[in-house]
Each structure stands twice: as structure tokens, then as C-alpha cells.
Design a protein around this ligand. Structure first.
Ligand SMILES: Cc1ncc(COP(=O)(O)O)c(C=O)c1O
Length: 448
């Protein structure tokens, strides 16, 4: 199944031989019954294929894993309960205390929180590359303890495009796996594995599920990294559970997924409900149609916003004015995704007026929905960050982020025009937009 739209409806499905149900059934069960003592022993020991308990594996979830692995052209996928769980599981399958993760500066705020508040407390060192387009900076910051290079294919919310092939080269020169969060691009727009990423991570809560109803996440091992030759002693060294053999000895090229599934995902336990696996799989069946339409509309919206005098800048890599435009032309030929940011020159006061004036856009934190959404990052998702860090990652007081849905483009632009009219109608006086405080009304709503 080489064509994407064919694979998205057929790859990995579990046909129901007993009843002929055409859609992969929802196996909503905690555990699986054994026919005999011998079968139970065989399933637990791995000698007999089959399921034991849904925290370690489930047929509906496995069908989703096969489908996403196929769409990313990866070796194997592990599905978990959210995008955050996918990042946590992917990284804990690699790092331990004393190891160092090198990440692009511009990443989703929850990922930054996981790095700085979660993993750092466990003794993992985190460092950010200020200019991810500068390969020399990635090279310069690698330490003997660096075990992961990390970035987002399209960064949330700045929409900077990662030079995946360039960073992969730096990673591989140093024998380090390269982990890429492909949530905003989806495998329809970009397959990071085609350009050298070794592990691809998704929040399936966004475009894969696509309908704003379900949380989920996936970790895909692309099969490109040589685990046998790696510095990961938990994969290459003797393991008690494997009678003194190593994960590489027993599982070969599947060593990372075998360890990450059985030790990290299963024992830390951020499991995906089979019901959510079903819903995400159903969402994937229309992925290419939705993402193409959403990207096309986002480009039209970005062009319209760029022409408004009240707007001082638009962050969308599909526009020639965006610094990542050359990378977008190289990596994102079908479209540049459906998330974009724009800055009102009137600063936070203008952003508040705009935000309160729209009627069709939903005011909420999320992306990838069929509905269009609007967010003021500086007062909500990024409010907890020190101002220098926030503004260093491009989150100014006048920035609004949009996630474009499937509504008619003319209706969306008419709604944005309502926001612009609200800004234009008010005499917003700005002496220094960058230094302007966030209004109390907005600051009060700030969350993580
Ligand atoms: C790029 C990216 N990665 C990961 C996540 C976390 O996903 P989830 O909300 O499913 O935990 C998000 C959420 O917005 C995201 O935008």
C-alpha cells in the first residue's frame, strides 16, 4: 500500500473472522482469557502469540499501532494515552539520570515543561539550541552524555520548520538517536523518517484523531538506528527479566520498542483506552482530506492576515516572509499545516479585543480540531514562563495562535475581520508593545 490515502483506510486493520464486521472492533476488555495453563504460560513467556492484559497490548490498540507505523513508514509503533505520554515514554525508553537531551528551543510548552519540571528532577540534563536552523550550534552543544536530539517538524506555536536531514546528520555523526515530534505536520505532509529521524512521536489528540474528542499518543521506531551499536546499556547489557540476555540479544532490531513497551509504557502505565484507539483510527481514515483542506485554508488566512495594517507579523512557514519558508519549500510540498500565529501591533490590549470579538473561532487551547480555534499563548499556555524565555521563543503579548478547521474559508476570514474591526475601532495606544503588561482580565485566566 504505497499511496497514503489507501494506507490510511486499510493499513493495519484487524479483520473480524468470527462475524465479518468490516471495521476493526473495539475490544474493550481489561484482560484476555486463557484456554489452559500451558497457554497462559506461553503468552506470558512470549512463546505463544496473543494478548494477556490490555495494559500490555490490545487488538484494537494494536491495529492503530500498525496503521500509524505504516503511515510513518516505521518499523513498529506504541500507542499510549496522550501526546505527553508518548513523549515521556519515548524519552524514558532512552535516557536515565546523568544523560543529556539537546532540544530545539521552540517546542510545545508541555514538552518544555516535561523537560524542565519532569525529567530534570529525575536527573536528566536538558539544553536548548537557540537557533535550531544552525547545525553548527547543534554540533557545538553535544556532550559525551548526550543521548537524544529532539525537535518538532513544525514547531508549536511558532511554526518554525526543523531541518530534519541536517539535524539527523549531526545526531548520527555522534551515534545519537534523533527524536522528532510530528504532531503538527502529520505523516500526510511530512515523514520525518524519510529524512533521517529515528523515532517519531505524535499527539494523536490533534490531527490523527482530528475531531477534538479524544486524547492519545504514539511512538514510532523508524528502524533506522542501530540499537546493538548504541550507548544504551539497558538495551545492550544483561537483563534479569531476560535471564541475563540483553534486549538486543532477544529482540534484535525491535530492542527499543520491546523495552519501551514492556518496561516503560506497561509499568509506568499511561495506557490508551481501546475505545480511544478506535476513535483515533477512525479519524485517521480521513486524515489526508482534512489536513489538505485545513492547510489550504490556513495559507489563505495567513495571506489575508498579512495584508491587515493592524497585524505586524504572521508566523506561517507557507508565507515567503517567514524565515522557515525555504525549509518549508523543501520539506512541506503538500502544505504547511493548519497552525499559524499572528501578532497585533497593538500588543496585549489589542489581542484581548480581537479574542473577545470573534464568534466562529472557539476560544480554547487545542489544535487539529475540525473546528477553528484561537488562543492567546502569553496569558495561557505560556504564562508560567519567565518573560525573557517566553519572548525568546517568539511568544509576545500581541500574539494570537489559530488552529484552522474545516469551516468555509470565507466564513473564517469574515470572523477574523470582526476581530480586526474590534481592534481598529478602539484607539489602542502602544508606546512599547514588547514591554506592555498582560491585562489583569487575561492574566487571571492563565493556565498551563
Ligand atoms: C507538538 C505537540 N506535542 C505534544 C503535545 C501533547 O499532546 P497531548 O495534549 O495529547 O498530551 C501537544 C499538545 O498540544 C503538541 O502540540
Amino acid at each position: 500500500m504505497s499511496e497514503f490515502s489507501t494506507a490510511q483506510v486499510h493499513a493495519g486493520e484487524a479483520r473480524d473472522a468470527a462475524h465479518g464486521a468490516r471495521v476493526t472492533p473495539i475490544y474493550l476488555t481489561a484482560g484476555f482469557e486463557f484456554d489452559s495453563f500451558a497457554q497462559a504460560e506461553g503468552r506470558f513467556g512470549g512463546a505463544e502469540p496473543g494478548y494477556t492484559y490490555s495494559r500490555s497490548g490490545n487488538p484494537t490498540t494494536a491495529a492503530l499501532e500498525r496503521r500509524v507505523a505504516a503511515l510513518e513508514r516505521g518499523r513498529e509503533a506504541i500507542a499510549v494515552g496522550s501526546g505527553q505520554a508518548a513523549l515521556t515514554v519515548a524519552l524514558l525508553g532512552l535516557v536515565q539520570a546523568g544523560d543529556h537531551i539537546l532540544s530545539a528551543q521552540s517546542v510545545y510548552s508541555g514538552t518544555r515543561g516535561l523537560f524542565e519540571n519532569g525529567l530534570r528532577r529525575l536527573g536528566v540534563e536538558i539544553e536548548f539550541v537557540d537557533d535550531p536552523a544552525d547545525l553548527a550550534e547543534w554540533r557545538r552543544r553535544i556532550r559525551p552524555t548526550t543521548r537524544v536530539l529532539f525537535g518538532e517538524s513544525i514547531a508549536n506555536p511558532g511554526t518554525e520548520i526543523l531541518d530534519i536531514a541536517g539535524v539527523a546528520t549531526v545526531a548520527h555523526e555522534n551515534g545519537i538517536p534523533f527524536v522528532v515530534d510530528n504532531t503538527l505536520a502529520t505523516p500526510y505532509l511530512l515523514r520525518p523518517g524519510d529524512h533521517g529521524a529515528d523515532i517519531v512521536v505524535h499527539s494523536a489528540s490533534k490531527y490523527l484523531g482530528g475531531h477534538g474528542s479524544t486524547l492519545g499518543g504514539l511512538v514510532v521506531d523508524q528502524g533506522s538506528y542501530d540499537w546493538a551499536a548504541s550507548p544504551f546499556a539497558h538495551l545492550t547489557g544483561p537483563d534479569e527479566w531476560l535471564d541475563g540476555a540483553s534486549y538486543v540479544d532477544v529482540h534484535g532490531a525491535a530492542a527499543y520498542t520491546a523495552f519501551t513497551r514492556s518496561v516503560v509504557a506497561s509499568l509506568f502505565g499511561p495506557v490508551l483506552s481501546p475505545l480511544n484507539a478506535f476513535l483515533i483510527q477512525q479519524g485517521i481514515e480521513t486524515l489526508s482530506l482534512r489536513v489538505q483542506r485545513q492547510s489550504d485554508t490556513a495559507l489563505a488566512v495567513a495571506r489575508w492576515l498579512e495584508a491587515q495594517p493592524e497585524v505586524s507579523g504572521v508566523d506561517y512557514a507557507g508565507l515567503p516572509s517567514h524565515p522557515s519558508h525555504p525549509l518549508a519549500q523543501r520539506y512541506l510540498t503538500r502544505g504547511q499545516g493548519a497552525v499559524l500565529g499572528f501578532t497585533l501591533s497593538g500588543g496585549a490590549a489589542a489581542a484581548e479585543r480581537f479574542y473577545d470579538a470573534v464568534e466562529l473561532f472557539s476560544r480554547m487551547t487545542h489544535i487539529g480540531d475540525v473546528r477553528s480555534l484561537i488562543l492567546h499563548p502569553a496569558s495561557t499556555t505560556h504564562a508560567h514562563l519567565p518573560r525573557e524565555v517566553r519572548e525568546g521563543t517568539g511568544i509576545g503579548p500581541g500574539l494570537l495562535r489559530l488552529s484552522i478547521g474545516l469551516e468555509d474559508p470565507d466564513d473564517l476570514i469574515a470572523d477574523l475581520a470582526r476581530g480586526i474591526a474590534a481592534v481598529a475601532a478602539t484607539d489602542v495606544v502602544v508606546s512599547d508593545a514588547a514591554a506592555e503588561p498582560i491585562p489583569a482580565a487575561l492574566a487571571a485566566t492563565a493556565g498551563r
